[in-house]
Write a protein that binds this ligand. Structure first.
Ligand SMILES: *Cc1c(COP(=O)(O)O)cnc(C)c1O
Length: 767
């Protein structure tokens, strides 16, 4: 395969650019490698008869494609060697090669699932949208977040394979558009499995209205094209918040209708009856974003001549639903009128589903209120999903418990058997093998087999917990990773860091429940304590924070601004900056996660207990040997259960305590009764960090004092105590890296290989 692959690269370069490997521009080389990869992949055998699982997701946050694609095919090393001989390198693709069609955890999960399913030989295909502009690029200007479009297609889409033959039409109330699929091959890791990601692009049926142009209305002649393009133009940059825009609903309908048409066509063309659909496909809905697929499938089946009841029954065997959040502001509901305006035919089907539900509830003598799909003028997507889907799952044990007892309790009462837990996971191929090859090599050497193949074997590493040579080696590998990260941060942020420091990191979307504000307040406390002499010294530590805020989320953007102001002042203070640094890493994304995580000593996972469904960066850090400084929330609980509380740093209220507190919590008294809390919080508005010309952060201050919805002030003292303990424990380097080793050794359950295996066994291919 290798020779063929290299031949294809040369051929693509010759045919498309009239160049060879030496003379090609980086984008030309990139493009040709993508084309050669696709040519190799298309030769893999496809089993047309097997039942396939389809992952419907509005987001796929993949990141760089080239290395992981070549890695899985076993071509990575050979390609790098071949390129090096020609004076070239895959690292030339640093500034492009990034498929960022997702916001954060939810989209990255979809990408991890695709990699894992293919690698453990499970037929899983992804379906989504080929956004013209992905997740926005963040810059920091005068301490504030600025957003720029992610114009990823500017550099060519090397891996996308346009399939005009499979284009379908999608009908909205007053327009019909074309959905053109682009295929991205998903190879399993050295196993001959070839799955696919299918992303749809919206296009006009007719790009250009000749008659209108002829009349002289030149711009109007293109208006059908512009109107259609708009649908797949932009990824909504919201995480854990409902967008509620017409265009968003159009996007959801656009890709799910197109995917279902393609899936149905394949099924019917193979000569099978529509009644046998559940034997050939199962569809996993990644949150409620693709839930409109349920009425759409029913509509399409009715169009084939079946009754509503039959169609409903088939749909009930095809769909499974994953819930990702308990935050009320993220539960999707659509204005009924808006729905009617965009997709009236689908709305009619939803009404029929709702009537059927009302009838069933009446038979059962249940009061309909909390179940209804259509109520108070809105369509409730989670109720639609829970009613029709045959499986409803949460994404970590605590999260599933909360949706059962609270968020979706009414449905749990009615259909207890539908509910199940599938704790999230991350792919060790991207998040360990590719992002930390030295660590991977060490582990593989110690356990005398590849830790990538069978990740469960990583447990054998625990035998080396007291091997001082191994612990020292872990330190050396971390040190090299820190040096690399320092170079990267110098290049991107123009801040010089020292690899001798302890690296303490919080990287994730900015949201109040994730409490980046609590993080910076703890740093401020440490800073002020060093200044006042209350703390004599600490092990030199750099606090790294990376986060994008949704452009419309005002307070989140103000928190970013505050962090940048504080970082600038603290880094400039010569009295403390040999012990304390703060860096805000701009434009946090998958590629920069791959550099930050292997260089981190302490992973900050500090959401208010009960709010983070699972978290997945906690797992990436664990696999790379960072210890967790975190709350009893999401998958942190399972991480600590596996790796031992003594090897991590847990603080703060438990979920039941949060519930008790919520009735009586008084942030003002926390502020007034603890002088350290008060001292840190007061820096939001006093002159500690603010120059005369700088606006005080009254809005953040007030949000803490008036409400403090996520109990930052309540958890702050315990958080500071555990953080200082973790930093001080670093003095005993070997005992610190012993903790790191035990975390790595116990991370196998947090591989998405395990997660996807469970989805396959319990949901997709059960029985
Ligand atoms: C893993 C990942 C996330 C999810 O992080 P959480 O801490 O689980 O919220 C978000 N963004 C990127 C780029 C990631 O790689």
């Amino acid at each position: 395969m290798t020779d063929k692959f290299f031949d294809y690269i040369r051929l693509a370069l010759k045919l498309n650019f009239n160049k060879d490997i030496k003379s090609a521009a980086p984008t030309e080389l990139y493009n040709s490698i993508g084309k050669a990869f696709n040519a190799v992949c298309s030769d893999f055998p496809q089993n047309e008869d097997e039942k396939r699982a389809c992952y419907f997701s509005a987001e796929f946050l993949i990141g760089k494609l080239t290395k992981s694609n070549l890695f899985n095919l076993g071509l990575l090393e050979k390609t790098e060697k071949m390129l090096a001989e020609q004076g070239r390198s895959l690292n030339e693709f640093e500034d492009f090669d990034d498929l960022a069609l997702g916001n954060g955890g939810l989209g990255r999960l979809a990408a991890c699932f695709l990699d894992s399913a293919a690698s453990i030989d499970i037929p899983l295909d992804g379906y989504g949208i080929r956004y013209r502009y992905g997740y926005f690029k963040q810059t920091i200007v005068n301490d504030e977040q600025k957003e720029e479009a992610d114009d990823w297609l500017k550099f060519t889409d090397a891996f996308g394979l346009r399939k005009d033959d499979d284009a379908v039409e999608v009908t909205f109330r007053n327009e019909k558009i074309r959905a053109v699929p682009y295929i991205y091959y998903i190879p399993g890791y050295e196993n001959n499995r070839m799955n696919k990601l299918c992303l749809f692009q919206a296009e006009a049926l007719n790009d250009f209205e000749y008659e209108i142009f002829d009349r002289g209305d030149w711009q109007d002649a293109f208006s059908p094209m512009v109107s259609a393009m708009t649908i797949s133009a932009n990824l909504y940059p919201n995480d854990n918040s409902e967008a509620g825009k017409i265009l968003r609903l159009k996007q959801q309908y656009f890709f799910t209708s197109a995917a279902l048409q393609l899936i149905l066509k394949r099924h019917i063309d193979s000569g099978k009856s529509i009644h046998a659909l559940p034997d050939s496909v199962v569809i996993q809905l990644n949150d409620t974003h693709p839930t409109i697929a349920i009425p759409e499938l029913i509509r399409l089946i009715i169009n084939l001549g079946e009754s509503f009841d039959t169609a409903f029954e088939i749909a009930g065997k095809v769909f499974a639903y994953t819930n990702h959040t308990v935050l009320a502001e993220a539960l999707e509901k659509w204005d009924e009128k808006l729905f009617l305006k965009v997709v009236p035919d689908v709305y009619e089907i939803i009404k029929m589903i709702d009537e059927r539900l009302r009838f069933e509830l009446k038979m059962l003598n249940l009061k309909p209120d909390e179940y209804l799909i259509i109520k108070d003028g809105a369509v409730h997507m989670a109720n639609l999903a829970c009613y029709v889907a045959f499986s409803v799952n949460g994404v970590a044990k605590i999260h599933t418990d909360i949706i059962k007892s609270d968020t979706l309790n009414q449905w749990y009462q009615l259909y207890p058997k539908k509910f199940n837990n599938k704790t999230n996971g991350v792919t060790q191929r991207r998040w360990l093998a590719l992002s930390d090859p030295e660590l991977t090599a060490l582990i593989s050497k110690l356990i005398s087999e590849s830790c990538v193949d069978n990740f469960n074997d990583i447990k054998k590493l625990e035998a080396y917990a007291d091997d001082e040579a191994v612990l020292d080696k872990l330190f050396e590998i971390r040190y090299e990773n820190k040096k690399r990260l320092c170079n990267y941060i110098y290049k991107t942020e123009h801040i010089r860091l020292d690899p001798d420091f302890l690296f303490c990191t919080q990287v994730k979307r900015l949201h109040e429940y994730k409490r980046q504000l609590m993080n910076i307040l703890s740093v401020i406390h440490i800073y002020l304590s060093l200044k006042s002499g209350e703390l004599k010294k600490i092990n030199p530590t750099v606090f790294i924070i990376g986060a994008k805020a949704a452009p419309g989320y005002k307070i989140a953007k103000r928190i970013i601004e505050f962090i940048n102001v504080v970082a600038r002042k603290i880094n400039a203070d010569e009295q403390t900056n040999s012990m304390l640094r703060v860096v805000f890493v701009s434009n946090y994304n998958v590629s920069c996660a791959e550099k930050i995580i292997p260089a981190t000593d302490i992973s900050e996972q500090i959401s208010l207990a009960g709010k983070e469904a699972s978290g997945t960066s906690n797992m990436k850090f664990m696999m790379n040997g960072a210890v967790t400084l975190g709350t009893y929330d999401g998958a942190n609980i399972e991480i600590v259960q596996k790796a031992g509380e003594e090897n991590n740093y847990i603080f703060g209220l438990r979920e039941n305590e949060v519930r008790e507190q919520s009735k009586v919590y008084d942030p003002l008294s926390e502020y007034e009764s603890n002088k350290y809390v008060k001292r840190a919080v007061d820096t939001l508005t006093n002159a500690t960090f603010l120059d005369e010309n700088e606006e005080p952060f009254n809005d953040i201050f007030n949000s803490l004092i008036d409400e403090d919805r996520y109990m930052v002030l309540k958890d702050l003292p315990d958080y500071i105590e555990k953080k200082l303990k973790a930093i001080s424990d670093y003095s005993d380097r070997r005992s610190f890296f012993r903790k790191a080793l035990i975390n790595i050794a116990n991370s196998s359950d947090f591989s998405s290989d395990r997660t996807v295996r469970e989805y396959a066994d319990d949901i997709w291919f059960k029985g």
